[in-house]
Structure formats: structure tokens, C-alpha cells
Ligand binder design. Structure first.
Ligand SMILES: *Cc1c(COP(=O)(O)O)cnc(C)c1O
Length: 244
């Protein structure tokens, strides 16, 4: 496929996704400006990320440090002035913290005190080294299905983790992220998430972000207050098997 063909394909897909987001906002009585669209570029090349920025996308997301770090560098070469914000949305090991804070503006997958501490230390080091400016925006990923293998902080431990993050000068608690359970209707899970977010904001009024909804369930997420949908497949097409 030529670059021009790919550009038109992405343009059409983006228009379709934006129309879905707008329709879901109208249905929920919300303003479309309340919902940010993140393009999840994992497994797709930096050339696609570049075309998405040409089409006006300002927020890109990745789920693996190594791939993201390389793509971030490549995009900086392809589109030096894109001003893109990069979001880490995948499970993260503490030993990757030093690398992640070099490319990520926000980490949406913080689910433990230990990971929060590692990111805070790494952010401080990176700021001191001139590798990044300012604190790291973080979302707490909460578990909606009690399956520890899929990551996420149990709702029962959310308050403690949020308080811990809020005390760090190197992290900025921006809100919550979640992935709907695989085998259940997502609406009920997003409702639990919305309640957790409302609770959280009593103690942390700045934690207003609610990152929920992907290609298959963004309508339900927006109905339950999502402020950020993370869309891969519906924008970029089907992924190979390399990255789940
Ligand atoms: C891959 C991924 C997405 C995007 O999923 P699609 O179904 O392709 O839209 C969203 N969130 C996270 C955490 C992901 O890993």
C-alpha cells in the first residue's frame, strides 16, 4: 500500500471513530469535547503514527516500553514538531520505569505502590538529568474483574494507592483507567468504575480523568462517564499476534 492509500484509509477510519464518539456523547447528553481520543499504535509502524499526527491526532498510546521507546524516537525524526503526548497503557515492570519516563507523558497503568515509587524515583532522576520536564501524569489502573493476571489495583486498595501517589512530588494523580472484563457485558463494570471515580474525587478533586473504552466498547464507556477512549483496531486495523 502506498503512503497516500494508507493516509486515506486512516482518514476514513478516524472519521468513523470520531462519529462514534460524537454519537455516544449525544446519546449520553455529554459534549464531545469532554472525551479525548487516544490512538493505540502498538504493533503499527511509526509511519502510521506520523500519518495520524498529520490527521490531527495529538495523543498516542503504547503498551510495551521497548516498542514505544523506539517509535517515539522515530516519530521525533519523522515529525519533529508534532507535539504528541505519549501514554503508556500496558502492564509495566518496575525495571522499565527509567526507560518509560523518557518517552511517556502519562502512565495509565499504575497499579501498585511499588510501581508508583519506581516511577517517582525514575521521574526525579530523569528530570535531574534533563531528560524530561516536570512530574509524570499517572492514572491508577483498577481491576474490574478480580483477575490478577490482567493487572489493575483491586478497588479495595484504590484509596491507599491514590493517597500514596498524591503525596509524591514527582507524580501527578490524574484519574483512573480500566479495561472491561473479557466475558461480561461492559456496562456494569464501567458503572463500578464510575462510582470508584466519583469516590476518589472526594479526596482527590484533581483526579478527573476516566480512561475507559476501546474499539469494541467505547459507547458503553462514554455512557458511564469516560473522558478518554483508547482505540487501536477501529483506527489502525487488526493487529498481528505479536502484541495482545
Ligand atoms: C491494545 C489496547 C487498547 C486498544 O484496543 P482495541 O480493542 O484495539 O481498540 C486499549 N487499551 C489497552 C490497555 C490496550 O492494551
Amino acid at each position: 500500500m502506498t503512503e497516500q492509500d494508507r493516509r486515506e484509509e486512516l482518514r476514513a477510519a478516524l472519521a468513523e471513530v470520531r462519529a462514534r464518539v460524537d454519537a455516544a456523547c449525544v446519546a449520553a447528553g455529554r459534549a464531545p469535547a469532554e472525551v479525548r481520543l487516544l490512538a493505540v499504535t502498538k504493533t503499527f509502524p511509526a509511519s502510521d503514527a506520523a500519518l495520524l499526527t498529520d490527521l490531527g491526532m495529538t495523543d498516542l498510546a503504547e503498551n510495551r516500553d521497548q516498542e514505544a521507546s523506539a517509535k517515539h524516537a522515530e516519530l521525533a525524526g519523522l515529525r519533529p514538531d508534532s507535539g504528541v503526548r505519549w501514554h503508556m497503557v500496558g502492564r509495566l515492570q518496575r525495571n522499565k520505569a527509567r526507560s518509560v519516563v523518557r518517552w511517556a507523558d502519562e502512565v495509565q497503568s499504575v497499579d501498585s505502590v511499588r510501581l508508583a515509587d519506581a516511577l517517582a524515583r525514575a521521574t526525579r532522576t530523569a528530570v535531574d538529568a534533563g531528560e524530561r520536564v516536570g512530574p509524570l501524569d499517572v492514572l491508577v489502573q483498577v481491576s474490574l474483574d478480580a483477575d490478577p493476571a490482567r493487572g489493575g489495583c483491586p478497588l479495595t486498595q484504590l484509596g491507599e494507592l491514590a493517597d500514596h501517589i498524591a503525596r509524591s512530588g514527582d507524580l501527578r494523580l490524574r484519574g483512573l483507567m480500566a479495561v472491561a472484563p473479557l466475558d461480561a457485558e461492559p456496562g456494569a463494570a464501567f458503572q463500578r468504575l464510575a462510582e470508584a471515580s466519583e469516590n476518589l474525587r472526594k479526596d482527590h478533586p484533581g483526579a478527573v480523568e476516566l480512561s475507559a473504552g476501546m474499539s469494541g466498547d467505547l459507547e458503553q464507556a462514554i455512557a458511564h462517564g469516560s473522558t478518554c477512549v483508547r482505540v487501536g483496531t477501529a483506527l489502525l486495523g487488526r493487529r498481528g499476534l505479536a502484541s495482545p
